[in-house]
Design a protein around this ligand. Structure first.
Ligand code: HEC
Ligand code: HEC
Ligand code: HEC
Ligand code: HEC
Ligand code: HEC
Length: 188
């Protein structure tokens, strides 16, 4: 990124006040476009890095290197359609002994002893008014990777699969699942 660009543009826009409306408007537009470009770049960087989480949890370490099964931390409680994220007491099955003196694990132990959930920042969330069931999708033999990417290779998760309506419908069309509006949306 070229440093100082937007500022420079703004300065020039300021010093040409006398030249007249058209030039000024063009410069203003240019500056606006540059600011928008910077904002877009920052947003993209945020998306690729993932949001800051309350603890430095790594899927690459836990699901990749240590091969802890997804299920241990993401059970599908019966009855229910969600995966859920296991409470800190599950983590403490290992961490009451492993790395117990690390600051991150002490913070984790504090959540556990207070019976509090860790306030993880959600990555994949769709509006509550859209019908979705993990259970049905797993039973239909879709894989975690289909919808969440290579989780076991990521230190920090980000929304690497864009699970918007288009993605839902593309897969449905390809696998001969329904794409009727009321399959995913309640009729109004
Ligand atoms: C099966 C055992 C096991 C479970 C369950 C487990 N971990 Fe770990 N965790 C480990 C091991 C092993 C390490 C690596 C320790 C090392 O670097 O020596 C680790 C490292 C970490 C670290 C890095 C600590 C540091 O300071 O380096 C964090 C944070 C962490 N785990 C959080 C969690 C959270 C949160 C959960 C529950 C959602 C969890 N762990 C569940 C075994 C486990
Ligand atoms: C040791 C516990 C543990 C294991 C094993 C684990 N996860 Fe996770 N998972 C977590 C924690 C903690 C979070 C919340 C923090 C984060 O997003 O990284 C999470 C978050 C996620 C999310 C994002 C949820 C959302 O929308 O916010 C997905 C998707 C996910 N895990 C998939 C998987 C898959 C697939 C596997 C197996 C390959 C797996 N996880 C294995 C603990 C675990
Ligand atoms: C067909 C696509 C699809 C598949 C397959 C899938 N997920 Fe998800 N996952 C989603 C969607 C969509 C959400 C957001 C759900 C919501 O907001 O209610 C989500 C959310 C999650 C969450 C956050 C907690 C929750 O239940 O909302 C976790 C954890 C998760 N998925 C883990 C997994 C794991 C582990 C697997 C494999 C066993 C898996 N997912 C398979 C689409 C999928
Ligand atoms: C990777 C492929 C894939 C993706 C992505 C996907 N689906 Fe599906 N979905 C399926 C398949 C396969 C079925 C099973 C169809 C059947 O049983 O006839 C299904 C079934 C469903 C069902 C019916 C579940 C039930 O209870 O029987 C709903 C609702 C649904 N999907 C909604 C969604 C929504 C919403 C999204 C996006 C957030 C989505 N799907 C993304 C493949 C996918
Ligand atoms: C396979 C599931 C699926 C099907 C089929 C489906 N939708 Fe959606 N729809 C979604 C999901 C998921 C969202 C939420 C997307 C998001 O928030 O990113 C959504 C969002 C919407 C929205 C809100 C858009 C917005 O920008 O807020 C409208 C309107 C909508 N759908 C209409 C329809 C209509 C009309 C049809 C039939 C032609 C249809 N949908 C079929 C899954 C589906």
């Amino acid at each position: 990124m070229e440093q100082g660009e937007p500022q420079d543009g703004a300065l020039r826009a300021g010093s040409r006040k006398a030249v007249g409306g058209a030039v000024q408007r063009r410069l203003f537009l240019k500056t606006t476009v540059r600011i928008l470009a910077v904002a877009a770049a920052l947003l993209a960087a945020w998306a690729a890095d993932g949001p800051a989480q309350p603890l430095p949890f790594s899927h690459k370490l836990h699901a990749g290197t240590l091969k802890v099964p997804c299920k241990m931390c993401h059970p599908t409680p019966d009855p229910g359609e969600s995966m859920t994220i296991a409470p800190p007491s599950v983590c403490m099955q290992c961490h009451s002994a492993i790395k117990a003196d690390s600051p991150a694990i002490q913070k984790l132990a504090q959540y556990a002893s207070q019976g509090k959930a860790v306030p993880w920042v959600r990555i994949y969330e769709i509006p509550a008014w859209v019908a979705f069931s993990h259970r049905a999708h797993i039973e239909a033999r879709n894989t975690c990777e289909d919808c969440h990417g290579k989780v076991a290779e990521r230190d920090v998760l980000y929304r690497e699969v864009n699970l918007n309506m288009g993605t839902c419908r593309d897969c449905h069309a390809g696998k001969r699942a329904s794409v009727a509006c009321n399959f995913c949306h309640e009729p109004r």
